[in-house]
Design a protein around this ligand. Structure first.
Ligand code: PMT
Length: 404
């Protein structure tokens, strides 16, 4: 199926590069239509885009309706993807605050398609706290941001604010569009990975041996299946993916992971808690480095329970959401995992025996048993963590289809 891309050109001097972008997207087989802000029309006239796209350029909120359709809604509904390029600080501010006072911003507010934002502006405008705050808001709203590059600006000096190369923007657009129609296309998956660390004093912590490999395998499989993925990463030894469909939130403590999960759960279809999360933290971590007295033979730490993130998510989740946890056990694997399935109201528990060095913490392979309410436990053979991730994503897709 031919994909529809609505390109929203706004009033940055880099607007002339949008002409080349439209051509490049068309060469990739995409159908492109253009909307321009008034400022953009001062830089590149609508006639240029109209003759390239063979479509009227949308510039006027009060333009006559075509076939009885309201023009800004028609463009918003037509698009499989909206790309704001170049995006000025002004338009970013409007989008972040839901302002729709012209043709382009009204259509952007009305679209349910994914929205990619490619800023280009003077470096001081980019670095202004107001712009950075608005960019953060857009990311929180799930907009896909491509960072500007550093180099010579129109003003004649170096700085961050240049529009990325047209080829790179076209690749970014293509990657976002691939997500549609795939097994998990348009699904939003949150994966936690790595281990949490609880401070003992300013230089020490209580941690665990999680490498992040298991969570990474799940996140990569979900990305390959077309999902938009948020990785909430504790301490880990893996290279995290770079993709316009992948957001990374780095955390240290269980508390921080809990806050991030709570924030992301609402907009997610699936949460997978593959992270190894501390069950206890220090009642009061020392403010200064703990010193050893000359005659000291023991030192006691007082621990208190941490928040149970999975349990909280199990309580909060909506019926159509999937919450998946792991159970890392060294004994009585199935009994303990079954208890966690019930206690945490999870939809699935992936049980792994972490007493075996071939599976569990740090290994490249894993052997898991899948538990689900009213299902017989399903023991999967020993396989690579990558294969476990892929099989788990197949299961997720199957369960989500049932929820639809
Ligand atoms: O990272 P790797 O080196 O690849 O290792 C993979 C792994 C062994 C870490 C992974 O396969 C795994 O088992 N992750 C879960 C580890 C764990 O914390 O298990 P648990 O049985 O203690 O906890 C059960 C579930 O509750 C887990 O999903 C855990 O994320 C969650 N939990 C635990 C404690 C807590 N306070 N909040 C939680 O949400």
């Amino acid at each position: 199926m031919v994909k529809h891309v609505a390109v929203y050109v706004t009033g940055s001097i880099a607007a002339y590069k949008a002409v080349e972008l439209v051509r490049t997207l068309q060469k990739k087989g995409l159908t492109v239509r253009v909307a321009e802000t008034k400022a953009a029309t001062e830089l590149v006239g609508p006639a240029t885009f109209a003759s390239l796209t063979k479509h009227r350029v949308f510039t006027d909120l009060w333009a006559e309706s075509v076939d009885g359709h309201v023009p800004h809604i028609e463009l918003a509904d037509w698009a499989d993807l909206a790309v704001v390029v170049p995006a000025t600080a002004n338009v970013i501010a409007k989008m972040a605050n839901g302002i729709a006072d012209d043709a382009a911003t009204a259509a952007l507010l009305a679209t349910s398609a994914p929205v990619a934002v490619i800023p280009a502006m003077n470096s001081q405008m980019w670095e202004n706290p107001a712009t950075q705050r608005n960019v953060r808001l857009l990311k929180e709203d799930g907009r896909l941001l491509m960072e500007p590059t550093t180099g010579y600006l129109a003003e004649g000096y170096q700085g961050k604010g240049r529009l990325p190369a047209v080829g790179a923007i076209a690749d970014f657009v293509e990657t976002v569009l691939v997500a549609d129609g795939d097994q998990l296309g348009k699904r939003r998956v949150v994966v936690t990975l790595g281990g949490t660390r609880e401070p003992v004093d300013p230089v020490r912590f209580l941690g665990n041996r999680s490498s992040g490999k298991m969570g990474l395998a799940i996140a990569e499989a979900a990305l390959n299946a077309g999902a938009t993925v948020t990785i909430i990463a504790g301490s880990a030894q893996v290279k995290l993916p770079v993709s316009p469909r992948c957001q990374i939130v780095k955390v240290t403590t269980t508390e921080e992971m809990a806050t991030a999960v709570k924030q992301k759960l609402n907009g997610a279809d699936v949460l997978v808690m593959a992270a190894a999360v501390a069950d206890f933290k220090l009642a009061s971590p020392a403010k200064q480095k703990i010193k050893k007295a000359a005659d000291q033979s023991t030192y006691q730490l007082t621990l208190v329970p941490t928040v149970d993130i999975l349990k909280a998510a199990g309580k909060l989740k909506r019926p159509e959401q999937l919450v998946i946890g792991f159970a890392a056990e060294t004994n009585d694997l199935l009994a303990h995992a079954q208890q966690k399935l019930v206690d945490k109201q999870a939809d699935v528990i992936v049980a792994n025996d972490v007493s075996d060095s071939r599976t569990g913490f740090g290994s490249d392979d894993n052997q898991v048993t899948i538990l689900r309410p009213n299902w017989q436990p399903a023991k999967w053979p020993l396989m690579s963590k990558k294969a476990v991730g892929e099989r788990l994503v197949d299961l997720i897709a199957q369960l989500l289809r049932k929820e639809d």
